[in-house]
Each structure stands twice: as C-alpha cells, then as structure tokens.
Design a binder for this molecule. Structure first.
Ligand code: ADP
Ligand code: MG
Length: 306
C-alpha cells in the first residue's frame, strides 16, 4: 500500500497540478487516483467510479457473485456482446504471447495463497492439479481494460484530458493544454525514488508488472505473484519489472505480464515481431533496457533496436 501511494505521488507530481477534479477510489483490490480536466469533471469522475464498480462486479474472481465466478463454476452465463468480445480478445492476446499471458491461472494463484493471503509453496502435485483446472482470472488484464473503457466514457462526456492511475496502471487521455507530453515515473523495484521518466502524448496506456507488487518470502526466497504457466512457479526470467506502452490498455496490461514471464531475450524477440507496443525492462542487476520507440529520460539505459 505504501508503494502504491508513493506511485500516485509520483504521477501527480509529474502530471502537473491543477486538475479540475481529483478523485481517489478503491476498486479491484487497489487504490486508484483519477485526475480530470475540462467542464463538468465531477460528473465524469462519478461515472468512472460507477463503471469501475460495474466492471469489478462482472469480472472479479474474488467475488462469488460475479459473472466470471459463475463461469468458473461451469454455469452457462450469457454475456453481453462487448463482454464476450473482451473474453475473446483476452484469449487472442494469450495466444499471441504463446501462453506467457494466461488468463486461466486462478486455481494456481489460489494454490500459492495469493487470493486469501495464506501464502504457501504448493507441492508439485498441487501445481499440476491447479494448472489443469483452467479457471479464468483477469487479474493481469482487467485494470488495463478498465483504463481503455474509461477513455471511451471520457470521450463521450467531452472531458478535455485526464490522467488515470488505476493501481499503477497509468492511462492518459487527450493532449495536455500546453502541448507538452504526459510524464510518468518508472517505479524503482526496491522502493524509493522513481528510476526514470517515460513521456507519452495523447491517449496512451503505461502499465508495469513487477516482482515487488505482491509477494511473500520463505527462507529468504521471494515468491511473487506473476506465475510462469509452464512451471507453475513465480516467473524467474531475470527481470524485476516490465513497463509496456501501448495505445490499448488491455494489450498493455496483458503484455506487461507476458513480457515479465518471457524475460529480456524472448521479450525482445516478441517486441521485434510486433508493431503495437514499446517496453522498458529492468533486469535483476538493476539495468534498464528500453525499446527504441520509448521516450525515456532521467536514467541511463540501453536501447533495444529493431
Ligand atoms: P498487477 O495486476 O499486480 O499490476 P499483473 O498485471 O502482472 O500485475 O497481473 C498479475 C496478476 O495476474 C496476478 O495477481 C494473477 O492474478 C494473475 N497472473 C499471474 N500470472 C499470470 C500470467 N502468467 N498470465 C496471466 N495472469 C497471471
Ligand atoms: Mg498485466
């Protein structure tokens, strides 16, 4: 929680002050901070609150009454067109990543205790069993989708611009008044000051997955919440964090998780075969690598060329 609040402060500082409306919310198990500029931002912020609550009640895997929980129980749930489309899109993204982003790891996350916070290292049998269950969990994608969904609403309500921090998933909307880029700090995985600043213009998602966001330790070993679907263990790919910059929030969220699982080498290969996102990798030795389309400042880093 302390880290999240720290990240909010960074974003607030970097985005410039003077938003017409600022709102702090709690949805999807995380603190969210919305900054909006334009006419009637109060109404827009209230709408965002409702949309986030609705998304949560449909897709939260920890809410037994959600549609996703019903699907996981094998019930025949009739989803509205856009919601079925979301699941289809999530499956397509999973395929694109070769399964590194796997939206059906609910039983596995549970086996590690990440949902009830009764953390434990499961046995090999428990891991095999959990992997075979293929239960939906949109934890790696929902906040990103929510960012995209909120931009549609801001468009509709004619909000001038916004900076949405959905638990570390940043979604910018519109151009800043002075034409300068939005500035987003990359969190230091060890805490403290941010490591560098990513600049983006217009409506863009900047999403980070890291080993420091949720974890527990046993005998000095850190077990974090991003799981490798091949081993069933926390991904051990030599990375501390991956930030993805993409004009679609859902894609940014799914890929930040996938690239974390893939590691620097495979992640670079995946980026070279794609043309719809940029990425910043922080390796275990603290080095920063950024793909050539990232506008990064305030730190030393190695550029990954096409
Ligand atoms: P966060 O949501 O903490 O910002 P991520 O977007 O990387 O970070 O999502 C991690 C969450 O996604 C986990 O808490 C778990 O619910 C789920 N998850 C874990 N491993 C994977 C994976 N390989 N693919 C898809 N979802 C995953
Ligand atoms: Mg993600």
């Amino acid at each position: 929680m302390k880290r999240l609040i720290c990240l909010f402060l960074i974003c607030i500082l970097l985005s410039g002050c003077g938003a017409n409306t600022q709102k702090t919310l709690y949805h999807m198990n995380t603190v969210m901070h919305l900054q909006l500029w334009g006419k009637d931002c109060e109404t827009a912020a209230a709408r965002c609150d409702v949309i986030l609550r609705d998304l949560e009640s449909l897709w939260s895997v920890t809410d037994a009454n959600s549609s996703l929980s019903a699907i996981n129980r094998g019930q025949d749930v009739k989803l509205d067109g856009p919601y079925q489309a979301l699941l289809n899109q999530v499956e397509a993204l999973s395929q694109r990543t070769g399964g590194a982003f796997n939206p059906k790891l609910y039983a596995l996350s549970n086996a590690w205790g990440f949902y009830n916070e009764e953390f434990r290292v499961p046995t090999a049998e428990e891991i095999t069993e959990a992997l075979s269950q293929e239960q939906w969990d949109l934890g790696a994608a929902l906040k990103g989708y929510a960012g995209y969904r909120l931009t549609l609403e801001l468009d509709k309500l004619k909000v001038d611009r916004a900076m949405l921090n959905l638990g570390g998933n940043i979604q910018t909307y519109g151009e800043k008044a002075d034409g300068s880029p939005w500035k987003i700090g990359i969190q230091n995985p060890d805490g403290g000051d941010y490591l560098g600043i990513i600049s983006v213009t217009g409506t863009m998602a900047v999403v980070t997955s890291g080993d420091y966001q949720r974890y527990f330790e046993v005998d000095g070993v850190r077990y974090h919440h991003i799981l490798d679907p091949e081993t069933g263990f926390p991904a051990d790919s030599g990375l501390r964090s991956v930030t993805v910059i993409c004009d679609d929030g859902l894609t940014a969220d799914a890929f930040s998780t996938a690239l974390f699982v893939m590691g620097l080498e495979d992640g670079t290969r995946f980026w070279r075969a794609s043309d719809d996102f940029e990425a910043v990798f922080i390796t275990n030795d603290g080095k920063i690598h950024a793909t050539e389309g990232v506008n990064l400042s305030g730190c030393d880093y190695e550029v990954i060329f096409r």
